[in-house]
Design a protein around this ligand. Structure first.
Ligand SMILES: O=C(O)CCC(=O)C(=O)O
Length: 246
């Protein structure tokens, strides 16, 4: 397994886009330490408000009855891990997912614009859209992993044929404790690359990388930023938001 871990110190000192952003492979961009703590606080507070509401967090299961090792809620559209289908209504309790808050969408838009700037600079291309198409999300899956949470290698392939064919990217935000994230071309942990995703990181994968296998193998306790914990009282664990276009 190839570990691609960008040390956090490097990002705190040098925070220009070229130094904190990396094109990991065509269509896949990592923006380290990208979301300021103040914005992370706003996201956690909103997720808590929505997560404790009627359409909030629950522990989903697969078709075979096994439970996922995380808590989930959806915004915009519901995604059901049992049927792998999207719908306007969550089937197990008939609730309607709330809309994506506009301040969440703003972070998505900004991170895609910055990724395009980065791609143009480091890859010397004129049309960054070819390598990473623009995307305006209409749904978001919010996962909360406790410190023994996990997610096996999988592909995100339940969006529409049109969305997948265009390679519209998934934009993933990490907040709270750090996680080991694996990704690769096959569902094989041994052949996967490994990344450390820390609080405030944004990872984007679209176009050629839209169908990568990816998953989360470890959550590292007590790694969340103190400022975030002080202002939110976030429980030990990790919040992950993946924005997509259905
Ligand atoms: O938690 C993560 O970083 C990945 C989440 C994920 O793969 C998913 O929601 O499909």
């Amino acid at each position: 397994m190839n570990k691609i871990w960008v040390p956090k110190e490097q990002c705190d000192v040098a925070n220009s886009l070229e130094e904190t952003g990396q094109v990991l492979r065509p269509g896949m961009v990592l923006l380290k330490n990208y979301i300021p703590i103040s914005e992370q606080v706003n996201i956690v507070k909103k997720c808590r408000e929505l997560g404790l509401g009627p359409s909030g967090f629950y522990r989903p299961g697969y078709k075979d009855g096994a439970k996922l090792r995380l808590f989930m809620m959806c915004l915009g559209l519901d995604w059901d891990p049992q049927t792998r289908a999207y719908a306007q209504i969550r089937p197990h309790d008939n609730v309607v997912p709330p809309d994506i808050p506009s301040h969440f969408s703003s972070v998505v838009a900004r991170s895609l614009e910055d990724s395009h700037r980065l791609i143009k600079k480091v890859m010397d291309v004129t049309d960054a859209d070819d390598m990473l198409p623009k995307m305006s999300p209409d749904l978001c899956i919010v996962n909360f992993y406790t410190t023994n949470g996990r997610l096996g290698l999988h592909q995100d392939r339940d969006e529409t044929d049109d969305s997948l064919r265009k390679g519209l990217p998934v934009v993933s935000m990490s907040i709270g404790d750090s996680a080991e994230f694996l990704y690769g071309n096959q569902r094989d942990v041994e052949k996967a690359d490994s990344l450390m995703l820390e609080s405030g990181d944004v990872l984007i994968f679209g176009a050629e990388s839209r169908h990568i296998f990816h998953g989360v193998t470890n959550i590292f306790p007590r790694t969340a930023p103190h400022g975030l914990l002080e202002k939110t009282g976030l429980l030990p664990g990790r919040l992950n938001l993946t924005f997509r276009k259905y």
